[in-house]
Design a protein around this ligand. Structure first.
Ligand code: ASP
Length: 293
């Protein structure tokens, strides 16, 4: 029986920025995720836990680490998809909740809609037990400088994909979006098929310049290249990223197929990422190759 897990902390990583803290964090987190999967947690439970932890850490441009829009408001996007049944949930441009990914999960579990945006999403999330952010200026940490690298590249995100022992695949993605975005701007992250996808073949979470990922439906494009073109996961992921480049975007993806094969390509400078599986010891990397100390 196979399990596999990949997490990312965004493809906005910049050479010269020290990501030691994020690497330690991702190593601990992926170890806890592996334990969850080993002991029978579902792929959906695992990606939710991974992304919720990444959001709350304040170390990435998502949740606590998000940057405000040009009006000074932090507006967040997140989505989640269960490959077993293709149920999905998403929130877009939502403010002042601690865990957008859990709000996306609530939308999915409620089942009536797939995406809620803005104030409606916030009200729905709070009614479904979301933790509020009562004092945004004290809560959000982007000003502490952890994201200086991302501020130069203009964006950052977190995500997770998992294959559980029962063969289930799931994906989740959460972001503060692009830096200095217009109020109301929504990127690829909450769009099922663009930033996030999971079916019976593959689970995908994307990071990069959202506008290009939206124009290429990157996450679903990878699944389609595998299903119709019979590409393997690596070839499908690279082909989809090449298309992102043709739309003047850059970034990366993490993906796992139903056999536990992993792909984590990027065509930006770096992507914070960590992977583990039942047949692979944990890998934690940002650049390729990693700079020597
Ligand atoms: N894709 C995200 C967005 O455009 C940003 C990122 O992944 O860095 O909102």
């Amino acid at each position: 029986m196979t399990f596999a897990l990949v997490i990312h902390g965004g493809a906005g990583a910049r050479p010269g920025t020290d990501y030691a803290e994020q690497k330690v964090h991702m190593a601990d987190l992926i170890a806890s995720g592996a334990k969850m999967l080993e002991t029978g947690a579902s792929a959906l439970e695992t990606v939710t836990a991974m992304v919720a932890n990444l959001e709350a850490s304040g170390l990435y441009v998502a949740g606590k680490g998000s940057a405000p829009n040009t009006n000074g408001l932090v507006e967040l996007d997140a989505s989640i998809m269960d490959g077993k049944n293709r149920r999905a949930g998403a929130v877009a441009a939502v403010s002042n909740i601690v865990h957008p990914v859990k709000a996306a999960l609530s939308v999915m579990e409620d089942g009536r809609h797939v995406m809620l945006a803005g104030e409606g999403a916030r009200v729905f999330a709070l009614a479904n037990g979301a933790d509020p952010v009562d004092d945004p200026s004290a809560y959000y940490t982007e000003h502490t400088g952890h994201g200086s690298g991302e501020a130069q590249s203009g964006h950052g995100t977190v995500g997770a994909v998992a294959l559980s022992l029962d063969g289930g695949l799931a994906a989740a993605t959460s972001t503060g979006g692009t830096f200095n975005k217009r109020p109301g701007r929504i990127g690829d992250t909450p769009l099922i098929g663009a930033g996030t996808w999971a079916d019976d073949l593959v689970a995908v979470s994307c990071t990069g310049l959202g506008e290009a990922f939206m124009r290429t439906c990157t996450a679903h494009d990878i699944a389609a290249r595998m299903r119709y073109g019979e590409l393997d996961i690596d070839a499908a992921a690279w082909a989809a990223l090449d298309d992102v480049k043709r739309c003047d975007g850059d970034g990366g993806v993490i993906a796992i197929d139903r056999r536990g094969r992993i792909a984590m390509p990027f065509n930006s400078h770096g992507m914070k990422r960590a992977a583990v599986s039942s047949t692979m010891t944990p890998v934690v990397r940002v650049f390729e190759p990693e700079p020597t100390a």
